[in-house]
Design a protein around this ligand. Sequence first.
Ligand SMILES: C[S@@+](CC[C@H](N)C(=O)[O-])C[C@H]1O[C@@H](n2cnc3c(N)ncnc32)[C@H](O)[C@@H]1O
Length: 321
Amino acid sequence: MEILQNELNENFKQLNITCAGLDYEIKISKKGKVLKNKKKNNHDISELSKSFLHNRKKNYIFEEGIFVPALFELGIMTESGKIITSKYDKFKQINRFAECVDDALKNCSKDSLEIIDFGCGKSYLTFVLYYYITEIKKIRAHITGLDLKKDVIEKCRMTAEKYKYAGLDFICADIKDYVPETAPDMVVTLHACDTATDYALYNAISWNSKYIFSVPCCQHELNSKINLKNFSILSDHGLIKERFSALATDAIRAKILELCGYKTDILEFIDIENSPKNLLIRAEKNKLPNEYKQRVIKSEIKKFTNELGAEITLQNLIFSK
Ligand SMILES: C[S@@+](CC[C@H](N)C(=O)[O-])C[C@H]1O[C@@H](n2cnc3c(N)ncnc32)[C@H](O)[C@@H]1O
């Protein structure tokens, strides 16, 4: 009771309590008046307690035990649908990634989607997204996986052919040189190395892509350029400098997306034990901020990078336009 009283005094303005049979609502008005209300409900206590269990089983888009051809072909799952132990982290990553994409698609009215996966590598994510969007959601989609590695891209092409995935293409190219035939609605990256993520974000912004889902990785650029004169405390521990640089890089990226009219969040899309590179930049195209807001955002970015004594590739690409 004491804790609740303190919270209502300081941090919260409303408390809702649900019990079997009764709902209570306590609100604090703007003038500080306490308003109380209660009403009957038909909740069953055993059902209620089940829904509040924190360790309840998470429902993933792809469940272990349910056969997914793409996951089998890519060596993540056995024929009986069991996840191969060494691939469990990858399975979780693509599952959660697909879940985030699925959330966005719930409000999407398009009946066909153009998607690109930059730095697709072995294309676990590309295949799984294709399977999920076209075979489960029954949305028409053309997905392109792009990577620098010729042999890997060749293997992906053969797999797509084997499964007759006609809307799936693989291209061997550098992200920064890629010019699409049709501007993608969605750009995804999962652990595209260092500045590859910047080029991917820059492309998405230039193409006005509606959705961006990007999990960055090895953000070395800032780490190598940052001026430690202003941050001497960071130079004592390489690990701290590295993590700080990675977080600063993603903070600048998120601000630039905001400047370019994207509603942007950064979320921990999987637990850190599945991968330490677990931040997802999720952005959805919205309105451009007004001129005043743009000036404020630009000066925020400038001030921060002046302090760091270094800029990131995305910033240079956007501001040199
Ligand atoms: C860590 S792997 C991630 C692969 C895959 N997305 C996954 O999650 O399994 C990063 C990939 O990005 C590719 N890559 C890095 N820089 C690139 C660039 N400039 N253009 C295209 N691909 C790039 C690499 O070849 C590599 O396959």
